[in-house]
Design a protein around this ligand. Structure first.
Ligand code: NAP
Length: 252
C-alpha cells in the first residue's frame, strides 16, 4: 500500500476524476476527505462504500472559491483525521462562450473556482506541510492550458495559470520537503466532457493516437504516483495524460 496512513483531501471528490482519485487513494491505504459542493449524496455514498471496505473516508461540503468555507473545511478534516499530507485540487468547472459574448459572471466563476480554489486550498495547507517538512500537492490542470479551443478563454486562462502557479509554488516549498505538481488530462470520460463527446462522437478518437477516450482511473493512477514516495524527486512538473492527443497527429 503506497499511501498507508496518509491523510488526503480531494476537492470535487464525489464524482468524475476526483471520485476515481479518492477510490484509488483509499485502495492504497490513505484516509480520504472527499470535498463536494453540491453532490452530497454521491459524496456520502462514496465515503460509506470506502468505510464499508475497511478504509477511512469523510465527506465534507465546501465551495473551493470561498476562502472562509475552505478554511473551515481544512480545520474539520484536520480535527477528524489529523494533518493533511496530500492535497488534490481537482474541482473545476467550464462555462464556455465565445469571448465577445462571454459574460463577466462566466469569467469570474471559472477563474474563481478553478484558480481561486487552488489558491484557497494551498493557502490553507501549505504552512502546515512546510512545518512538518512533508507534503504532496497535486493540481488538476488540463491540456487546454496550452492547446486551446474556441469558447474557452476563461477555462484555458485558469488552467494556464494553474501550471504557472504549480511551478512557482514548487520552488517555494521544495526545500521544506513539499512537492507541487500538476496533471494535465486530455479527453476523460466524465460529466464535464459529455457535451463535447456527445456532439463530436467517434470523431474525437481520430485525434487520440491511443484511439480511446481516457478514463478517470487513467488520471487516478498518475495521482497515486505523484502522491507516493515513488515521485519524491519530482516537483514543479505538469504531467500530460492524454493518450497522445497533444502530439498533434490525426490517427489513420
Ligand atoms: P466533473 O465530473 O464535472 O466534476 C467536477 C467536480 O468539481 C465535481 O465534483 C464538483 O463538485 C466539483 N466542483 C465544481 N465547482 C466546485 C466548487 N465551487 N467547490 C467545490 N467543488 C466544486 O468534472 P471532471 O471531468 O471530473 O473534472 C475534474 C477536473 O479535471 C477539473 O478540474 C477539470 O477541469 C479537469 N479536466 C477534466 C477533463 C475531462 O475531459 N473530463 C479534461 C481536462 C481537465 P459537486 O458535484 O459537488 O458540485
Amino acid at each position: 500500500m503506497r499511501l498507508k496512513d496518509q491523510n488526503a483531501l480531494i476537492t470535487g471528490g464525489s464524482r468524475g476524476i476526483g471520485r476515481a482519485i479518492a477510490e484509488a487513494f483509499a485502495a492504497e491505504g490513505a484516509k480520504v476527505a472527499i470535498v463536494y459542493r453540491g453532490s452530497r449524496e454521491a459524496a456520502d455514498t462514496l465515503a460509506a462504500s470506502i468505510n464499508a471496505k475497511g478504509g477511512k473516508a469523510l465527506a465534507l461540503q465546501a465551495d473551493v472559491a470561498d476562502a472562509a468555507s475552505v478554511k473551515t473545511c481544512v480545520e474539520c478534516v484536520e480535527k477528524e483525521l489529523g494533518p493533511i499530507g496530500i492535497l488534490v485540487n481537482n474541482a473545476g468547472v467550464i462555462e464556455d462562450d465565445l469571448f465577445v459574448r462571454m459574460k463577466p459572471e462566466a469569467w469570474n466563476k471559472v477563474i474563481q473556482t478553478n484558480l481561486g480554489g487552488v489558491f484557497n486550498f494551498c493557502h490553507a495547507v501549505a504552512f502546515g506541510m512546510m512545518q512538518r517538512r512533508a507534503g504532496r500537492i497535486i493540481n488538476v490542470s488540463s491540456v487546454a492550458a496550452d492547446h486551446v479551443n474556441m469558447g474557452q478563454t476563461n477555462y484555458s486562462a485558469s488552467k494556464g495559470a494553474i501550471n504557472s502557479f504549480t511551478r512557482a509554488l514548487a520552488v517555494e516549498l521544495a526545500k521544506r520537503g513539499v512537492t507541487v505538481n500538476a496533471i494535465a488530462p486530455g479527453f476523460i470520460e466524465t460529466d464535464m466532457s459529455a457535451p463535447v463527446r456527445n456532439k463530436a462522437g467517434d470523431r474525437i478518437v481520430k485525434y487520440i493516437p491511443m484511439r480511446r477516450i481516457g478514463s478517470p482511473e487513467d488520471i487516478a493512477r498518475v495521482a497515486v504516483f505523484l502522491a507516493s514516495a515513488d515521485s519524491s524527486y519530482i516537483t514543479g512538473q505538469v504531467l500530460t495524460v492524454d493518450g497522445g492527443l497533444t502530439l498533434g497527429a490525426v490517427a489513420e
